[in-house]
Design a protein around this ligand. Structure first.
Ligand SMILES: [Mg+2]
Length: 181
């Protein structure tokens, strides 16, 4: 049902230290290519962390951390030089903190990030439908069992986004109508 401009894309999700863009930095990042290849990293970080993040994200981090420099190298070699469009769900924080990590010069993705929430909006679907607790049963309607994904794990979030995106490529107008209601 969606006809994307390009299939040169990569699904990205990050967990970060704060919703304040002046303070926030990436703590963990999940990247999944269209072909399913994936990369997950947790980054060293010694700065301030918001209370919500302390409670909900920090306990879910697995342990082994890489420096920010190592993260840049690993992500760049994973992505390669095709400059894919970075697709995230509610991407403003991911994108800002991505730019804080890479700077303008080192960004391995195309410079315009793509927001899946905006894609939903353009299809007449409430952008928050994507949340697991959606009262209109978004996931049931699109036929995805989200229980296999751990919410707020950056890799799981990126894998889920890939699955939803692939599903949207297949939706017919009748399916779409059901989701819009
Ligand atoms: Mg996430």
């Amino acid at each position: 049902m969606i006809k994307p401009f390009s299939d040169n894309i990569i699904f990205v999700d990050t967990e970060f230290s704060s919703l304040d863009p002046y303070k926030g930095e990436i703590l963990s990042i999940g990247l999944v290519k269209l072909n399913g290849e994936e990369l997950y990293l947790e980054l060293e970080y010694a700065g301030e962390i918001s209370d919500w993040v302390k409670e909900n994200i920090v306990p879910t981090l697995r342990g082994a951390k890489v420096s920010r420099g190592e993260a840049i190298q690993k992500i760049k070699s994973f992505i390669g030089d095709k400059e894919p469009f970075m697709v995230s769900y509610i991407n403003q924080f991911d994108a800002i903190y991505w730019y804080k990590l890479f700077g303008l010069e080192n960004n391995p993705c195309y410079w315009i990030p793509i927001d899946f929430a905006s894609i939903l909006f353009a299809l007449g679907i409430a952008p928050e439908s994507y949340y697991f607790g959606d009262k209109n049963n978004f996931y049931e309607k699109i036929g995805i069992d989200h229980s296999k994904y751990k919410q707020h794990n950056a890799l799981d979030d990126a894998k889920l986004l890939r699955e939803v995106y692939l599903k949207f490529l297949q939706l017919n107008p009748q399916d779409l109508e059901k989701i819009q209601k």
